[in-house]
Each structure stands twice: as structure tokens, then as C-alpha cells.
Design a protein around this ligand. Sequence first.
Ligand SMILES: *[C@@H]1O[C@H](CO)[C@@H](O)[C@H](O)[C@H]1NC(C)=O
Ligand SMILES: *[C@@H]1O[C@H](CO)[C@@H](O)[C@H](O)[C@H]1NC(C)=O
Ligand SMILES: *[C@@H]1O[C@H](CO)[C@@H](O)[C@H](O)[C@H]1NC(C)=O
Ligand SMILES: *[C@@H]1O[C@H](CO)[C@@H](O)[C@H](O)[C@H]1NC(C)=O
Ligand SMILES: *[C@@H]1O[C@H](CO)[C@@H](O)[C@H](O)[C@H]1NC(C)=O
Ligand SMILES: *[C@@H]1O[C@H](CO)[C@@H](O)[C@H](O)[C@H]1NC(C)=O
Length: 616
Amino acid sequence: SDSLGKFLSVPLPQKKTLYNSFYKLSRTVYIKSTDLWEIVEGLRGGFSNVQEPQKQEGYMLKRRKWPMKGWHKRYFFLDKGILKYGKCSTDIEKGKLHGCVDVGLSVMAIKKKTKCIDLDAEENIYHLKIKSQELFDEWVSKLRHHRLYRQNEIAMYPNDKSFYYPHYPSPSSPAMTESASIRKVDLWTTQQANCMQEIKLFCFVFCLSVLFSFFIAQKVVSVLPDLMSPGSVDESSVICRRRSLLPSPSPNNSTISLWNILRNNIGKDLSKVAMPVQLNEPLNTLQRLCEELEYSELLDRAASTQDPFERMVYIATFVVSGYASSYYRTGGKPFNPVLGETYECDRPDKGFRFIAEQVSHHPPISACHADSKNFVFWQDVRCKNKFWGKSMEIVPVGTTHVTLPEFGDHYEWNKVTSCIHNILSGQRWIEHYGEISIRNSSSDICQCKITFVKAKYWNSSVNEVEGAITDQKGKVIHKLFGKWHEAVFCGDPPSATCIWRANAIPVNHEQYYGFTKFAIELNELDSSLKLLPPTDTRLRVDQRLLEEGNLEAADEQKQRIEQLQRERRRVLEESNTTHQPKFFRRSKDDTWVSNNTYWELRKDPGFAQIDFPTLW
Ligand SMILES: *[C@@H]1O[C@H](CO)[C@@H](O)[C@H](O)[C@H]1NC(C)=O
Ligand SMILES: *[C@@H]1O[C@H](CO)[C@@H](O)[C@H](O)[C@H]1NC(C)=O
Ligand SMILES: *[C@@H]1O[C@H](CO)[C@@H](O)[C@H](O)[C@H]1NC(C)=O
Ligand SMILES: *[C@@H]1O[C@H](CO)[C@@H](O)[C@H](O)[C@H]1NC(C)=O
Ligand SMILES: *[C@@H]1O[C@H](CO)[C@@H](O)[C@H](O)[C@H]1NC(C)=O
Ligand SMILES: *[C@@H]1O[C@H](CO)[C@@H](O)[C@H](O)[C@H]1NC(C)=O
């Protein structure tokens, strides 16, 4: 059963029902339309006599790992079910590989109309395309054959681990760590160890002589930069007790079969697919946008930094910090806001006010705006969520903006692709990959590129980020490195400075959706309750019921709310009108910006005096 589970990638039920599910799942899900993705069938069960396939090689187009960078030509080599690729055939001969997947362990989907092949091998998703029909057919048929051959081999030798990537050194071998980034982290840790030596030495010296204390203190600061990480800007010191626990732990006995929901939606945008509430976490997308401000103190730091290159260091670190909370959040998806749903988050303790609104339904677009005395932050986001058989790719479209009025800075950046691996079985984990480019739209004296490094084989180097802040001529002024779920450092080890470190995660987070303290606070009903518009997410019943652990009622309410939304849509269509968002307007460049009326209307005349649609 283990080996079947491994290559079917489904949570296997009780042994007695195993045969049935295996039979059901291994049948081809044929969708007889050239528009749709077809999942290629796997081995039908038991062992069969699959002849060793012939090698296949040649160029195919491979989609680059970050969005909107198009396709590039790569040379592929398929042998006994293992697909390797590199720049050209000589590179492959020399062993200079860019990657390697086990076709037997991947979910394979093809789209005839666009001549695309997708291989989801959990660690990597390959999106391939072939221009010529003839070559496409040849590759598809070869891949099918190799896949069956490989699955047969795995079924026969299920416990032979060395077998999985026969063309790669075993995971324990240090030869694996070829990439420069891995070496850098190794270097970083050894140098941190060296730092400890230095610190011990300095402490000793310190005891000997007070005279040198000033010098020593400086030295210690430079080797122990974490001590210097930013304290929160908390001038108003508003004492406000917020909850530190959700009312109910996450349900952990879901019997929903994700595969049944997902298998007919391979390659489709999942934001349009209705999902049962059991798959949700008790937060919605509007609140998730607010979570990007968890470390808003980095923006406050930027706003009090004179040097533009140093300001960029804080901005870049802020951008990375926005991904930290995703590390523990692979368990559930946020609720999709209904059209017209709003959310406010007033945090005098952090010095900002945030509002968000769902401004469009098809495509779903969420817009948000936050301001403080130091900065303004806004963005509109639409995410395409695609499921590829084992993993879910989340491709966000849109630009995030921050202005620092003090300096006339206006920063803009894109987001990277996120991928949740092992959706159906095994340990889920999330990865972000791609490149973020931050620029100051009103001047080019300083720019920044941050790379979220795609995990290499095995997991020696997960979650790494690297960045460089350059001047007009492209000269590197500051270097950044670290891990998006842990910390960001500036400079070169050992004198690198810790710019940011993620807050500790609550001890019992596993039972509570993996929420950080900040996330726990987002849906709390506090004293502002009476001032909220009736469209505020906090008042949304299905989400509240899920938070309270009442799954059945939550599911019922979710369906009711979705039905209400469909009815409102129909009314709009019949009256030939389009939906008007309340607090955001479309700007000239087609982005959604706040029309700055929310907080004024909240104060006077108050939302109780204003008409809102009934969303729930
Ligand atoms: C389910 O949750 C309960 C309490 O919330 C916990 O004791 C139990 O170990 C959990 N079961 C699993 C399989 O995680
Ligand atoms: C799942 O958990 C809920 C709440 O803990 C409980 O009421 C329900 O009976 C459980 N269902 C199953 C199938 O164990
Ligand atoms: C951004 O542009 C403004 C206006 O030209 C300039 O004053 C500021 O120094 C720039 N900041 C950075 C970080 O490039
Ligand atoms: C990844 O690393 C962690 C900790 O280093 C280890 O426990 C885990 O087994 C590794 N997983 C794989 C797939 O190598
Ligand atoms: C709906 O609006 C469009 C454009 O505003 C117009 O061309 C069309 O005639 C309208 N249809 C009806 C039935 O009013
Ligand atoms: C803000 O937008 C709302 C809804 O579109 C509109 O009613 C209001 O007049 C706008 N206010 C301003 C100042 O543009």
C-alpha cells in the first residue's frame, strides 16, 4: 500500500477499501475536449510487463520559474523514466544538469490544444510546450511509456530509496550541494560559529579591562547584530489587550476527499471552484492582505532613515517579511471574500489603519490601503490558484505600492509565485520562488532585486532569499540574504547585520491553523464592533462559525452566502448595471486605489446611517 500511495499521491484509506480506490484513481480521467487538461493514466495495478523504453531526447520549451518571463528552450533527455534537462545536449553529457524529475512519481497532464505537458513531481513542476504537433505527439507517447515503465519498477522495488533518483548522488552526499547559494549558507553558519568564538573572547577581554569597553561594545554589536534588531515604534503606547488564542482549534478529522474535488480541475483557476468550508482557515483574503503589515515597523524604520540605499534595505526586508507567516499556513485556504465585502484593521499600537474591499468578482480582485504617519501602503491583488496533480501554484498578479511622504519615495514591486506541495498526501510545505524587483517610481538612483531561491533537490537550502541593492550604474551598494521564514541579514558574514527576525510562533499553532499572534488578532471582535460597516469580514457568519469550530453550521452558511451573491449578480445583470465599489476607485493605470472616504464616513455620519447591501 505504501508504494501505491507514493505514486498515486492520494491519502490512502483503510486497507479494505484500498483496492477500490486504487482502481478508481488509476483509471484515466479522460476529458474529451482539446481545451482541457487530460491527466495521463498511471499503472493500472499489480505489476505488468512493460518493455524498457527507448531513450528520447531533444529540445522543448520550458516555462521559467517566475511569472511573466515566458518560455525558454531547454534540452531534455529521457531515460528509463527519468527526465533530465540542461541548456544543450553537451551540457547533459557533461552532467551539467538544470534539473531532473522522476516521471514515474509525477502527475502528468497534457493539453492538446496548446501542446503543453505538465509534470508535477512535487519538488518541481515542469510546464513544457512543444511547437510541432509531430514532436508533441512523440514526446507524449514516449513520456507515457517511460512513466509506466518507471512505475512498474517502483512497484517492484518499493523500498529501494537509492532508486528514486538514480542519476543523482544520494541525498546524504555533500556533492549535492553544488549551488552557490547553498555554499553561502554553509559559510554563513560556520562564520556564525566563528562569531561565537569572537564573542567569548571579547567577553573575556571585557572582564579584564573596562577601559576598552566602548571599543568592545562596538565590536560585539557588529558580530552580534541580532541584538540590534528593530524595536517596535510604539510611541502612542496604547495599552490594548488582544486575544492570544482562537476560540476553537482547527478541525483535524476532515473526511473530505480533496482528490475528488480537485481531479476535475487540474490546470484550472481554483478561485472559481466552490470548496467545502473544511478546507478553509477562519480568515479571508482581505485579512491575509493585512497580514503583510505584520512587520510594519520596518516601514517606520525606513521612514526615519536618511540614506536612500539604507531605506531600500528596510523596504526590501519588509517585502520579504510579508511571506513569513505563510510558513505554517499550508493547512487551509482563506475564505474568498464576496463582492462588496470590506475589512478594516485599526492598530493604533502599530501606528497604522488598514482597509480592504473586494472590488471585483470575475476576476476576483481585492484592493487594500493602509496609512500611518510614516507611510502609505496599497495594492490590488488577484491570485490564480492552479492545481497540478500534487501541488498548488498561486500566481499573484498586481503591484504593491509604498510611499514614504517624508522623502518623496514611491516604491513599487511585484509578488513571487507560491507553491503548496503535497496537497493530497504526506507533509505539506509551501515554497515561494521568483524574483521581486523593487523600484522607486520617481527616480532611478536606487533599485533592488530579491530572489526567492527555488529549493534544490532534497531540502538543504529551503526558503532562501538573496537580494542586492544597486545604484544607477548597477553597482551593488548593499547585499541581503537570509530565509523568508526566519530572518534577513544585510552585508557579508561575519559582520552582517540582522535587519529583521520573524516573531516566535505561538506554541500550540499546529492546533490553531498555524496562525501567528498577529493572525489570531485579525478576526477578533473588539471595541470597534459598533463602528463597523455591516459588510466587514468580522461580521461574516460562516467564517465566525468556523472560528468557533461549528463546521456544519459554517458550511450551511457558506452555501447560503454564496447563493446570495449569485442572486445579487443576477439582479445586476438584469438591470444592466455594474457593481460600484464603495471605498476604492479605478485609477488611470487600471489599478484600484482608495478614494479616502472610509475613515471620514466611519466617523461622520457613521456606517449605521449609510446603506449597504446585505451580504449575509
Ligand atoms: C486532533 O485534535 C485533538 C485535540 O484537538 C488532538 O488531541 C489529537 O491528537 C488530534 N489528532 C490528530 C490526528 O492530529
Ligand atoms: C470530528 O471532530 C468533531 C469535533 O471535534 C466531532 O464532533 C466529530 O464527531 C468528529 N468526527 C469524526 C468522524 O470523528
Ligand atoms: C526616490 O525618489 C525620490 C524623488 O526623486 C528621491 O528623493 C528619493 O531619494 C528616492 N529614494 C530612493 C530610495 O531611491
Ligand atoms: C528536510 O530537512 C529536515 C530537517 O533538516 C529533515 O527532518 C527532513 O527529513 C528533510 N526532508 C527531506 C525530504 O529531505
Ligand atoms: C446595456 O448597456 C449597454 C452599454 O451600457 C448598452 O449598449 C445596452 O443596450 C444595454 N442593454 C439593455 C438591455 O439595456
Ligand atoms: C468614493 O467612492 C464612493 C463609491 O464609489 C462614492 O460614493 C464616493 O462619492 C466617492 N468619494 C469620493 C471622494 O470620491
